[in-house]
Design a protein around this ligand. Structure first.
Ligand SMILES: [Zn+2]
Length: 285
């Protein structure tokens, strides 16, 4: 089975390095990623651009736009969604918007990432308007962090998936991807993607940890039912994308977990085709 991992990280961020070492047992490096890609037949990965100006500052209000993937030289099958820091966008608007537009011409750029919750703005706030206009102009999907934040500095009211309803209506010609299926607000996300033709969801980051942790949760019926209920309610596997959130979990382990949630006849869509359709700039030979 061919797989596109639609949500990973490849940035020099302290908390990712720490999680990889202490929780998920991942080799968070170019070599580690290449190894995982070849183990699981992953033909493309999409990295969420993110930077911090000093170790441990994430979510960093001083990072310049666009935030990119800065861990190491990029593997050839790794694409990126350019990350947006709204604070710096306000401070240096003209300069940073020009940088954003320039970065879009890179062959690697396939989308845009908004860090709702981490940055304290509503996703529909006018601070992001120029970014969504660029998304519309270049036909780039916008991935929006949603649900729990991986930092106490986040504010959940901004990362609640229902925030995206208003945005989806405001920009009907832009496709939005709700990251992490909005977990724990799975049913809200299921309704959001059912109601809005331009809203999708990825299944990344539902479990963070090593093989034992993934096993523990995948053997817990209440945990699995909580996610399955949303998938069954939405009843549209064309709108669901596989993503792992590597390095927070091993990709191979996470694929096995997601397979248990998705009926087999939809694996091809969820693990591969939907991402290829949505991220139009991914090139397949
Ligand atoms: Zn992520």
């Amino acid at each position: 089975m061919k797989v596109i991992d639609a949500h990973i990280h490849f940035s020099n961020i302290e908390i990712f390095k720490e999680t990889a070492k202490k929780k998920s047992n991942v080799d968070y490096s170019r070599i580690g990623l290449n190894q995982e890609f070849s183990n699981s037949n992953i033909i493309a990965g999409i990295g969420m651009g993110l930077t911090e100006t000093n170790a441990g500052r994430f979510p960093d209000r001083e990072s310049q736009n666009p935030m990119l993937l800065d861990l190491d030289e990029l593997p050839k099958d790794l694409y990126e969604c350019i990350g947006i820091n709204p604070y710096e966008l306000i401070n240096n608007k003209i300069f940073e918007l020009r940088n954003l537009e320039q970065s879009i011409s890179s062959e690697r750029v396939v989308g845009i990432k908004i860090y709702a919750g981490y940055y304290h703005y509503h996703v529909w706030d006018e601070v992001y308007d120029d970014v969504y206009k660029l998304a519309e102009k270049y036909k780039l999907p916008v991935v929006i962090h949603s649900g729990d934040t991986y930092s106490e500095k986040g504010l959940l009211k901004y990362s609640h998936p229902l925030e995206i309803d208003e945005l989806a209506m405001k920009y009907r010609n832009v496709n939005f991807i709700v990251a992490h299926f909005g977990d724990p607000w799975i049913m809200e996300t299921a309704e959001l993607i059912s109601k809005n033709s331009n809203v999708y969801a990825d299944l990344s980051g539902l479990i963070v940890g090593n093989k034992q942790v993934v096993k523990k949760f995948s053997e817990e019926p209440l945990f699995k039912d909580h996610i399955k209920r949303g998938l069954i309610y939405a009843n549209n596997y064309k709108k669901i994308l596989f993503g792992s959130d590597w390095p927070l979990v091993r990709i191979e382990t996470y694929i096995e977990f997601i397979k248990e949630l998705i009926p087999k006849e939809h694996w091809d869509d969820v693990f591969y085709k939907n991402a290829l359709k949505l991220f139009k700039n991914i090139k397949m030979d």
